[in-house]
Write a protein that binds this ligand. Sequence first.
Ligand SMILES: Cc1ncc(COP(=O)(O)O)c(C=O)c1O
Length: 390
Amino acid sequence: VRKYIPTFDAHFPDEDRTAAIQHLLQSNYWTSDKKVDKFERKFSARLGRSFATMTNSGSSALLAAIYAMGWKPGDRIITPAVTFPTAISPLLWFGLVPVLVDVDDTLNIDPQKMEDSIKAVGGVEGAVIPHTLGNPVDPQVWDFFSRAVEDCCDALGSTINGQQCGTFGTVSCFSFYPAHHITTIEGGMAVSRSSAMAEQIRQFVNWGRACWCRPGSDNSCGKRHESVVDGIPWDHKYEFVSAGGNFKPGFDIQGLIGLRQLDREEEYRERRGKNHATITKAIEPASDLIRTVVSLPGSHPNWFGYPIGLAKQDRKEVIANLEQAGVGTRLIFGGNMGRHRFLDGRFIAPIALTKSDEVMRGWFVVACNHTVSLEEAQYIGDTVRWAVTG
Ligand SMILES: Cc1ncc(COP(=O)(O)O)c(C=O)c1O
């Protein structure tokens, strides 16, 4: 058992490091190239979706996805109060109005409160919805929207009723930051089944240009000099069709690392599942003091972390004792996002965010990730039980 078990951690073995260095030594052009292409193809195939665009982070994937939705300033967009900040900030940048909805015992958006909130505001244009900590959202939720962004940053490998998270949204976004199910150091992916949507995303992350050549290559379309801009013969490579930015992955080695990590994803998932089950068993005797998350029937979460809710005890004290004993802790995103300064006066919440407040006051997360051994999972569970029972 390690002296300190971080809540989130990456498995980045020597063979991945060596392969990355070899790739750097062999290439003249380090930015995104063939390995990123291959990773995009493998990732979309893994989800059974036609298109995937790699970005420099999950946040950039969310930004690009929200851009591609084509929502107009003033449009109301549903999102749960318990979510990651960068799933909300782009809404503000595009002049959209977040409609915050409370979560339920799954820690995901509450479907009934969502429906009531939509009615209360007289309709919405779409949604941005995460699967909190890998726990799949009720599939019926997606039926309410013609366009919705699915935040799967914590949910690679989770399924519900046999359907993968990452196949519910109009666009589904992933993060490969080291805390996540697989890592590319930093990185993200926006996945969709619509070529029009994928094209918008690709253009947005590539400086807004029409051309789809990778950096360092030219004329992949074979028609580079046949382009015309406002009647002037022009170079397709410099034809700008979207108010984009540069959100591309920085290095081709990120693609290479992603390919290798994806090969191990199943093995990682199995370990997370076993760790989760071990912790569940260890804390069971303290079930009157600990609240755990409800998963919907038919769901198989690939747990991002192990969420613990305290029924009575002071969280600060419990966390201090856990940290002292070497069990790393994290809070759940920002708790109730409506309470954070960046959203001051910039959202609507037609229904009280009661459960989100409970998450903010009394919940935290411990590790069950794939770097945790079974012995460590047992230690985490036993230590949590000890910390709450005193
Ligand atoms: C649910 C969720 N969405 C979005 C993000 C943002 O991803 P990134 O850190 O790659 O920008 C995170 C990050 O951890 C996340 O947990």
